[in-house]
Ligand binder design. Structure first.
Ligand code: TYD
Length: 233
């Protein structure tokens, strides 16, 4: 079993979020990291946003169907935040408190980028909404899978095949490029939390790089990381 750090909040697992545009390979990399951590004896919860709890999954359908779009980006931001708060309080915070490793596909940075930057929302409003949504639950590490907008769109289109694009996938290449820049800007502002990983490479190579980062973080936090000991000796 993994040795967990004791904090003022009790026994805590690590909270790792994955971010990036469409087609960046987030779900593949979450599955690979989950496998890596489980092989090291960790109890892993892989989850996603919007969704991850029954209440948030119900909101996911409403948001991604596009039926809220007419109300504008501020109302969409509120719904994402409501879904996030349910996911945080019902699922992720309890999991972390019981020492589980939580891997989440999208989190606050998706709202900062999709609603805040490309939705042109007031930064003060966005900060206030974020505070209410997460109530202090910041990620220990955020992996930003970085890809040129055209490559990500091509991948997302290939994956979708003949299926319909969702509300956010229908938008233009310029929008995707703005989002990429916005993610890079967040990483520049919060270099301790956010690590940029070039995603236009073989999945195995990316997975190894992420595993090394996470193993090092475990060591830094006083957790046992068998593989890190092997990698870093
Ligand atoms: P999803 O099908 O999960 O997309 P992906 O595979 O790209 O993660 O759909 C989630 C969509 O919702 C995605 O286009 C990004 C968007 N989104 C926001 O706009 N704000 C948010 O806070 C979150 C979590 C997602």
């Amino acid at each position: 079993m993994t040795l967990h750090r004791k904090t003022a909040r009790g026994v805590q697992g690590l909270f790792i979020t994955f971010e990036g545009g469409e087609g960046a390979g987030k779900s593949t990399q979450i599955a690979r990291l989950a496998e890596h951590l489980r092989a090291d004896g960790d109890d892993v919860l892989a989850t996603r946003e919007p969704g991850g709890s029954p209440g948030a999954e119900a909101l996911r359908h409403v948001i991604l169907s596009g039926s809220v779009e007419p109300f504008g980006p501020a109302m969409e931001a509120l719904l994402f935040a409501a879904a996030r708060n349910d996911h945080v309080e019902q699922v992720m915070r309890p999991a972390l408190r019981s020492g589980r490793m939580v891997l989440c596909d999208r989190y606050i940075d998706s709202s900062r980028v999709y609603q805040g930057v490309t939705g042109d929302l007031d930064p003060d409003l966005m900060r206030a909404i974020e505070r209410a949504a997460i109530n202090g639950l910041m990620p220990d590490l955020t992996i930003i899978l970085d890809l040129p907008a055209e490559v990500g769109l091509q991948r997302a289109n290939a994956r979708r095949g003949a299926g319909a694009a969702d509300r956010f996938e229908k938008e233009t290449i310029e929008m995707h490029a703005r989002r990429r820049d916005a993610y890079l800007a967040i990483a520049a502002e919060e270099p301790e939390r956010c690590k940029i990983i070039a995603a236009d490479r073989p999945a195995g190579e990316i997975a190894r790089e992420i595993a090394v980062l996470v193993d090092q973080l475990k060591v830094d936090r006083g957790m046992k990381a068998r593989r890190a000991a092997e990698v870093f000796k």
